[in-house]
Design a protein around this ligand. Structure first.
Ligand code: 8DG
Length: 131
């Protein structure tokens, strides 16, 4: 099985809340809450893919981009390799999400149903926030 590389973004507002999107029921991991992001297209760097996906899915332009880490995960039907970025978002007036969305504190993130792969991604965020 070929591994797809996925750029994910944890966008932070100035109060330390993170933006999550609810996935459509017809998508893989449908109905679960997940970070904005998607496949890195050929010719893109991981960071340019992250910036493009953030804009496409939320209308936001982030700043202070940082690569937090990588995580490989295998679902029964696909192998994914995630690159998780964080960024800061201040111009929230331009927020335009097609899907349901929520800004959550790191503690509140745990209350939403998320894809299995996200357990490790959340660990990365918690580790970073404790440093
Ligand atoms: N966006 C996103 N995808 C996640 C997360 N956790 C997780 O396991 N995934 C999985 C679901 C999908 O199999 C894959 C991301 O694919 P996607 O459907 O969002 O994006 P894509 O660019 O590959 O596809 P598309 O937009 O062309 O439909 O990663 C997460 O937090 N955010």
């Amino acid at each position: 099985m070929r591994t797809r590389t996925i750029a994910l973004i944890a966008p932070f507002d100035d109060k330390g809340n993170v933006l999550l999107l609810k996935r459509d029921s017809n998508q893989h991991c449908g109905g679960l809450w997940s970070f904005p992001g998607g496949k890195i297209e050929s010719g893109e760097t991981p960071k340019s893919a992250a910036k493009r996906e953030l804009m496409e899915e939320t209308g936001l332009t982030g700043s202070d981009w940082k690569l937090l880490g990588m995580h490989d995960f295998e679902y029964p039907d696909r192998k994914l390799s995630f690159l998780l970025f964080t960024c800061s978002c201040d111009k929230l007036d331009s927020l335009a999400c097609e899907s349901e969305h929520a800004w959550l504190t790191l503690d509140n993130l745990l209350e939403l149903p998320m894809p299995e792969a996200n357990v490790e991604l959340l660990n990365m965020l918690y580790t970073e926030s404790n440093n």
